[in-house]
Write a protein that binds this ligand. Structure first.
Ligand code: NAD
Ligand code: MG
Length: 349
């Protein structure tokens, strides 16, 4: 493998907060990302207004936290930077409502590139379009900031009419605490395609499928569901924690030689070349827009397949077994952020 690490990492000293001086940031939405961005920016001294619908249940919460709240269009009218942090599926409608409030040189900012990359939002040519995407759920973005720690993040510039889009995005990343940990620059295309591929092939889709296949193989062979659950789901956390801390090598070093030898010899037999071919097809459907078109149509139709798939997943035997075992056993949640961990990689409904 050739050396491919070419990306520059930006830290606090590379980001100049003054690029937000005298500007107002409208944060539309007060969910996972929205509340974290709004509170962190506010505490970093940035002028923030939260945009929420009149009937939004989050209004009281944002006001109690000391934030100014307005309707999305009023917030956008006051703002120089409009950060769109409502769920991806409702962003096109929210954008349509606030678009008339955008002035020349304003910035429209995202935390995920889906709607821009797949042309669900087509911003006017007189605004900057940027992305600041923490690589973590919003509750950790908030908690890290409160502990004087940072959250790694990405920035991207899609449209730069002001000539200062990147500097402003870095200032925003600094305001939410991302440059404390490190920020890298990407493009909307790369962020979207890698994010969708990762969650489908490995993180959410791949790993759940692997767990279910392992569980079913043991149970069908006559082993107890409890043993199958511990072996194929529960212990996954321990392995992933080791990989998180020390990469694959850190994990191999910590497991027994027997586990290492068996893992090294059998892993590629289980996830063989077919898996690689399937992954390439998944990536292709992301790249050619087929997945995006399917997901958009699914939403327009009222989510019929999604509802069915969700129900079927809930019905899987491993879920009952797990619920029972989690009640019977008290396992240590060290300094765990269980609420954050349970948050989906990309909550969008
Ligand atoms: P969310 O689902 O947590 O919250 C969205 C908020 O939007 C709600 O709390 C509500 O205040 C508001 N809202 C909901 N429906 C609305 C509607 N119909 N009209 C107006 N407002 C509405 O969203 P999120 O997970 O914070 O995602 C926001 C953006 O951040 C998305 O682009 C997402 O891809 C991106 N992102 C999320 C994460 C994550 O881990 N959650 C990580 C990185 C990027
Ligand atoms: Mg994601």
């Amino acid at each position: 493998m050739t050396e491919k690490f070419t990306t520059e990492v930006y830290y606090d000293e590379d980001a100049d907060g003054s690029h937000l001086d005298g500007k107002t940031v409208a944060v539309l939405g007060y969910g996972s990302q929205g509340h974290a961005h709004a509170l962190n920016l506010h505490e970093s001294g940035v002028d923030v207004v939260v945009g929420l619908r009149e009937d939004s249940s989050s209004r009281a919460e944002a006001e109690e936290a000391g934030l100014e709240v307005a309707t999305p269009d009023d917030a956008a009218a006051q703002a120089d930077v409009v950060s769109i942090l409502v769920p991806d599926t409702v962003q096109p409608a929210v954008f349509e409502a606030i678009e008339p409030e955008l002035d020349e040189g304003d910035t429209v900012q995202f935390a995920h590139g889906f709607n821009i990359h797949y042309n669900q939002i087509e911003p006017p040519e007189y605004v900057d379009v940027t992305m600041v995407a923490p690589k973590s759920p919003g509750h950790l973005v908030r908690r890290n900031y409160e502990r004087d720690q940072g959250t790694p993040g990405l920035i991207a510039v899609y449209q730069d009419v002001s000539g200062g889009a990147k500097e402003e995005a870095l200032a925003y990343a600094k305001g939410i605490g991302c440059t404390r940990a490190g920020v890298i620059e990407t493009s909307f295309k790369e962020e979207v395609e890698t994010d969708l591929f990762g969650e489908q092939a490995v993180l959410c889709g791949g790993v759940t499928s692997l767990v279910k296949h392992g569980y079913e193989t043991l149970v069908d062979a006559g082993y107890s569901p409890e043993m199958a659950y511990f072996e194929c789901l529960n212990e996954l956390k321990l392995i992933v924690d080791l990989m998180y801390e020390g990469g694959l090598g850190g994990m191999w070093d910590s497991v027994s030689d027997t586990a290492e030898y068996g893992g090294l010899t059998e892993g590629d037999e289980i996830l063989d070349d077919h898996v690689r071919e399937n992954m390439e097809e998944t990536l292709e459907r992301v790249q050619n827009g087929e997945f995006a078109r399917e997901w958009i149509a699914e939403n327009q139709a009222g989510r019929p397949s999604y509802t069915q798939l969700r129900a079927a997943e809930k019905d899987h035997e491993i879920e009952d077994v797990g619920a029972r075992l989690r009640e019977l056993f008290a396992w240590e949640e060290s300094e765990s952020e269980s609420a954050d961990e349970q948050e989906r990689v990309n909550a969008d409904d």
